[in-house]
Design a protein around this ligand. Structure first.
Ligand code: PMP
Ligand code: GLN
Length: 379
């Protein structure tokens, strides 16, 4: 066989965005804002380019940026990561995730992940010869059954991947969940890959439970983050990861040969922009208002929902509207009604939970209004 990933097809995000484009539909499918990144950040990046940040950055990233990231961890979580040895700037969270998995997963290692799961974890595990071990979270609460996790941990378990706030469900892990994860893995070498790209998008006073808040987890964990999510520029593909030094050494052995280093001017611009914590602290309110606005517009529709606790995605149940499966309904909604969303079932074990769609509300209010008008009119 030539293919190392015979089952892999174009991602649902590419498929739905292309369909939205073809039918000129409002695109609430793939997660990206339809508004501009802050002009101040754009100006900082251009001025970095103009002042000479145009050659290779250091392998681990611009040191000013790594220091700014370390300060953010101090400020938000009272947690220290050494800028010189425990932080690496990456080409988005996706590259960090792929590189972490490549650096640690040997053939036949097991990696526990929770379904519905963001789509980039499994192919990275498989291409490295690892075995994904899926735990299904059940609708509508999508909570983790820690008894199930305990039963699936074995001597082969090398890594557990968590994601909070969670894409696609919009749920967040509680302190209790994190303590459970800590107690289940405490006396093991299991590495935790904690995908925290939505850390700043958390609502209703809930607190983001970063793995770095739990000393028994932090010592074995990678945290992955995305500037694209935080600063409204997903196309820049900028992110980073943090981990204790011994783990970061292994990460960088791979990073230096699959990338070497990341866009220099953007790193300098982001380093300057991060000096002002309000740039990320204001995000929770900003997106909570968008979520509330969107939900207020569709509250009398036939869709059912629980408000997202975090992320910029809202899951809507459509059982009262059509008996179709989510994949079919998502396509019809795009082609016939002009509104694109993401079907939930593609992220699940055996494609279960096929009566909900995920809508991205990182959009201008006028876009949300036009989308809501379409949803309201569905009977
Ligand atoms: N993890 C999750 C849960 C995501 O939703 C995304 C992006 N949508 C990523 C990782 C990848 O982030 P990036 O665009 O920075 O590669
Ligand atoms: N993370 C984005 C989402 O969940 C998609 C990014 C991508 O297209 N790979 O919509």
């Amino acid at each position: 066989h030539i293919s190392k990933l015979p089952q892999v097809e174009p991602s649902i995000f590419s498929v739905m965005s292309a369909l939205a484009h073809k039918h000129e539909a409002i695109n609430l499918s793939q997660g990206f804002p339809d508004f501009k990144s802050d002009q101040e950040l754009i100006d900082l990046v251009s001025s970095a380019m103009n002042s000479g940040y145009n050659q290779y950055a250091p392998m681990a990233g611009n040191l000013e940026l790594r220091k700014a990231i370390a300060s953010k961890f101090e400020l938000l979580y009272n947690s220290s990561y050494h800028p010189e040895s425990e932080i690496t700037v990456t080409a988005g969270a996706t590259q960090a995730i792929y590189t972490i998995i490549s650096a640690f997963i040997h053939a036949d290692d097991e990696v526990i992940l929770f379904k519905p799961a963001y789509d980039c974890y499994e192919p990275a595990i498989k291409i490295n010869g690892g075995k994904p071990v899926a735990i299904q979270m059940e609708a509508p609460n999508y909570g983790v059954d820690w008894g199930d996790v305990a039963s699936k941990i074995s001597t082969k378990t090398k890594m557990i991947i968590i994601n909070t706030p969670h894409n696609p469900t919009g749920t967040v892990l509680s302190e209790k969940d994190m303590l459970k994860l800590q107690s289940l893995t405490e006396d093991t070498d299991i590495i935790i890959l904690s995908d925290e790209v939505y850390e700043h998008m958390i609502f209703d006073g809930l607190k983001h439970q970063s793995v770095c808040l739990f000393s028994g987890l932090k010592e074995r964990s990678f945290i992955v983050a995305s500037f694209g999510k935080t600063f409204h520029n997903t196309g820049w593909k900028m992110g980073y990861c943090c981990a204790p030094k011994e783990l970061m050494v292994e990460f960088q052995k791979v990073h230096q040969f699959n990338l070497f280093s990341v866009n220099s001017a953007m790193q300098k611009g982001l380093a300057d922009y991060l000096q002002e914590p309000k740039h990320y602290l204001e995000l929770a309110n900003f997106y909570q208002e968008k979520r509330d606005y969107f939900l207020s517009l569709i509250k009398d529709s036939k869709f059912t929902f629980k408000p997202a606790q975090g992320t910029y995605f809202q899951v809507l149940g459509f059982e009262q509207i059509t008996p179709e499966k989510d994949v079919d309904f998502a396509k019809r909604l795009t082609m016939e009604k002009g509104l694109a969303a993401i079907p939930m079932s593609v992220f699940n074990v055996d494609h279960t939970d096929d009566k909900v769609l995920r809508f991205c509300f990182a959009k201008k209010n006028e876009t949300l209004k036009r989308a809501a008008d379409i949803l309201q009119a569905l009977n």
